[in-house]
Structure formats: structure tokens, C-alpha cells
Design a protein around this ligand. Structure first.
Ligand code: LLP
Length: 424
């Protein structure tokens, strides 16, 4: 077990004070189950370490965008890091004040910009000169100033999976340090832009503080150069990316990370913004699935379960490891090596491969651990599978915070044109 919100009591897996099997009985399987206390604790570990230092913890909505999750964090003082109009809508619906929202992403559309400007977000993290010009134009049309920060690409290696590394020159993100200066000068000259900050984000699932500090140093130099040109920034946004323990990784704790940043920040006057996602919600969630069938051949054992790659894509996409635990532990210790696979018609549909697991039988429940980040948010309807339910637990209470989709949900918005009628 890798955290205290999910634990065994009398051989039964609990989330906080609720047996996971009890939720399964009520909600059916598969479902995501989140611990409110774990979310709160992780957020507070970030927030409190800043102490009286001016700061803003903007939760990365892409990691878990459930309204109840966003609302809970928002109540504790979290802002939001968003990357689309849809995420802005969610953050606002969840009650997160716009002045605590930062907008990242390389491909913001004009409509999304207009929506964000009208709402009055804190700043756009701008990724190209073209984007800067469009924000200025949109703000001018609306007659409302837009806050901007330039997202710089510090060209720092985060030593993480290549698909989720973002701070290298070869990645599509941010502007180089030299172009950034040019962008700031253009922005400072505009009557429709408020030069608010500077930002970077070097990648995700980063397991050491070194790369963050390295990038921070590079950006500090830029801040000094800007000050030399009379451009003063209010915010310094260090992005997200702190990793978590999925298996046996040693991940820095949020307070270690914040302490390291604060030490580096010295007497810099800026408000420090961070955008953590996974390190707040990753180990706050599990995916609960039921064993449908077992089968074996001369090479392999298969556990065929009712959750699949469309529900949790990380194993198929990144070959990511998620621990798998029985919801009810058996007395006998018999174990077996098995692939845990879903019902989808693809060989890539697996949750675990060659995994050492207890011998289980049809109908047994399993928990796929560390599934609270990039789990539900990356799920799809592939194979016309309704997306699963999400459940929030707090102490001895639990509630479905997103209903399981139904078959009619699957075809909402689809239509067969009249002219397709035979004979028309
Ligand atoms: N800020 C920006 C600008 C980002 O692009 C991201 C993540 C974050 C913050 C939050 O990063 P975190 O603290 O969660 O590492 N789907 C992948 C992860 C993709 C991360 C994309 N950007 C996965 O399942 O591992």
C-alpha cells in the first residue's frame, strides 16, 4: 500500500472508513474512488509550506477534472491551471474564482481566449508570438485587458518519459529565452495586455527537485534582464510535474519541493505560482474492477476484468505501472503471474503484464492503485463503452460524484440524416 487513505482492515480494502466492496455493491463496477482526505492533505502539504510567502497553488485540472474534486480544492484556496475552454467552464462551475486561474496550452482558440478574458482570469501562459498577438487583438475587441505571462522553454532535461517531457528545445512548448524577451517588449507596449508573469513547465512525473531548480535559475536570470528593461513581473509560475510513487519510486514530498523552491527564490518579490496535478490527486484515487474470467495457455495466465484501456489508458499509452490489489484478501497465499486485461479488442488493452498476483476467482474485485490522476480524465468511449462512475469518500461517507454513463449517453448528439432514409 502506498498511502494511508487506502488500507486493509480484517483483510478488506478500505478507502478512509468505507469498505471498497460496499461501494462496489451500491455503484457496480468499474468505478473510480477518490479519498477527499488524501486530496486535502496533499494540497495542504503544498500550501502550508509556503507559509506567509505570497503564492498560489493552481491545481492542474487535466489530471482530475471532476467538479467535486475541483470544488474541494477550491474551498481550500486552490486556483486552477487550465488548458481549454472546457476546463475553464469546469473550474468556474466548481466555484474556483477566475482571478486564481492560469491558462496554459499551445493551441488556445480565439473563442477560448474571449471566454477567459471575459471571465477575468489571472493570466494566459503564452506559448507563441502568434498567440500573443491574438490575445491582444481579442482583448482589444472586448475592451478588457488580458493578463499574460510568457511560457519559456528553459531547455532542461526532466529525466522523465519522453511523451511527458516538455522543457526541452525539441518539445513544442514555450518560447526560447531569447524570443521571450522580444515577446515581453511587445506585450509591455500594448494597451490591452497586462504583463503579469513568467512561466515554465518542464514535464511530468519528475522524481527529483534538481531539474526544477535548474530551470528556476535560468528563469531568474530572465527576470533580472527584464527588470533591467523596466519590465517588472508580479508572478513566477513554475508549472507542475512533481512525481509520485506508483511502485517503488522515491518521490520528493510536496513540502520538500516547496522548501527547495523557497530557498532558491531567496528575496525575489514575485508571487510564486505552481501547477501540481498528479502529486495532489494521483494517489488519492483507485480504479475498482471485477474479475470476469480467467484463462491460461502454455505461456500465459490472463485475468480478464471489466475495466479496460478506455477507462485507464496509462498502461497502454506509457507502459505505466499501476499496482493491483485484491479488494478482499484471501487466507491462502497462492499466487500466480498474470496479465490483467480488459474486454477491448486490442492486444494493447492491458492494465498489467506478467504481474505477480494472488490467485483470484470470477467475481472477485481488484483495485488498480494510484489511478486518481490522468485516469478518468483520459478515459474514452472506445468500443462504445460507457464511461465509469466516480465516487468520493470522506470519513465514513461516500457519494457518486459522476454517474456511470448510460447507453443513451453514448449516442447523444448523433443523428441519422433524413436523406439517408431509403427512397428519399
Ligand atoms: N502545467 C502544465 C502546463 C502541464 O502541461 C501539466 C501536465 C501540469 C501543469 C501538471 O503536471 P503534473 O503535476 O500532473 O505532473 N497524461 C500523462 C501526463 C501528462 C501531463 C501533461 N501536462 C500521464 O498520464 O502520465
Amino acid at each position: 500500500m502506498n498511502n494511508s487513505s487506502f488500507y486493509y482492515k480484517d483483510s478488506e480494502l478500505y478507502c478512509e472508513d468505507v469498505p471498497v466492496s460496499k461501494i462496489a455493491e451500491e455503484v457496480g463496477t468499474p468505478f473510480y474512488c477518490y479519498s477527499a482526505t488524501h486530496l486535502e492533505d496533499r494540497f495542504k502539504a503544498y500550501d502550508s509550506t509556503f507559509g506567509s510567502r505570497s503564492h498560489l497553488v493552481c491545481f492542474a485540472v487535466k489530471s482530475n477534472s471532476n467538479l467535486a474534486v475541483l470544488n474541494l480544492l477550491g474551498q481550500l484556496g486552490a486556483g486552477a491551471d487550465i488548458v481549454s475552454g472546457g476546463e475553464l467552464f469546469r473550474a468556474i462551475q466548481a466555484g474556483i474564482p477566475p482571478e486564481r486561474i492560469v491558462y496554459s496550452g499551445v493551441g488556445k482558440t480565439e473563442a477560448e481566449m474571449a471566454y477567459a478574458i471575459q471571465q477575468g482570469i489571472l493570466m494566459f501562459n503564452v506559448e507563441s508570438m502568434d498567440e500573443l498577438h491574438l490575445i491582444e487583438q481579442t482583448a482589444g475587441l472586448l475592451g478588457k485587458k488580458a493578463g499574460i505571462s510568457i511560457r519559456v522553454n528553459p531547455d532542461v532535461d526532466a529525466n522523465t518519459h519522453p511523451y511527458i517531457s516538455t522543457g526541452l528545445k525539441k518539445n513544442k512548448f514555450g518560447l526560447s529565452m531569447s524570443r521571450a524577451m522580444e515577446a515581453y517588449k511587445a506585450a509591455a507596449a500594448s494597451e490591452w495586455l497586462n504583463v503579469t508573469g513568467v512561466s515554465f513547465h518542464i514535464g511530468s512525473q519528475i522524481l527529483e527537485t534538481g531539474p526544477f531548480l535548474h530551470a528556476f535559475s535560468k528563469v531568474t536570470r530572465l527576470i533580472e534582464d527584464l527588470e533591467g528593461s523596466g519590465i517588472n513581473l508580479a508572478c513566477l509560475d513554475l508549472g507542475g510535474g512533481l512525481g509520485i510513487t506508483y511502485h517503488e519510486e522515491d518521490a520528493p514530498e510536496p513540502d520538500d519541493y516547496v522548501s527547495a523552491i523557497l530557498e532558491k527564490a531567496g528575496d525575489l518579490g514575485q508571487t510564486i505560482v505552481i501547477e501540481p496535478g498528479r502529486s495532489i490527486c494521483g494517489n488519492a484515487g483507485i480504479l475498482v474492477t471485477k474479475l470476469l474470467y480467467t484463462k491460461s495457455n502454455s505461456l500465459k495466465n490472463f485475468y480478464i476484468v471489466d475495466a479496460a484501456m478506455n477507462d485507464l489508458g496509462r498502461p497502454s499509452l506509457y507502459n505505466a505501472f499501476h499496482a493491483i490489489q485484491p479488494v478482499s484478501q484471501k487466507d491462502e497465499e497462492a499466487r500466480i503471474k498474470a496479465d490483467v486485461v480488459g474486454p477491448i479488442c486490442e492486444t494493447g488493452d492491458f492494465l498489467a503484464r506478467d504481474r505477480d498476483l494472488p490467485v483470484m476467482s470470477q467475481g472477485d474485485l481488484m483495485a488498480v492503485m494510484s489511478a486518481g490522476a490522468y485516469g478518468f480524465t483520459m478515459s474514452s468511449n472506445y468500443n462504445s463503452r460507457p464511461r465509469v462512475a466516480e465516487v468520493m469518500v470522506k470519513d465514513n461517507r461516500f457519494e457518486t460524484v459522476r454517474e456511470r454513463e448510460t447507453y443513451p449517453d453514448l449516442i447523444r448528439g448523433e443523428k441519422i440524416p433524413d436523406w439517408m432514409e431509403p427512397g428519399s
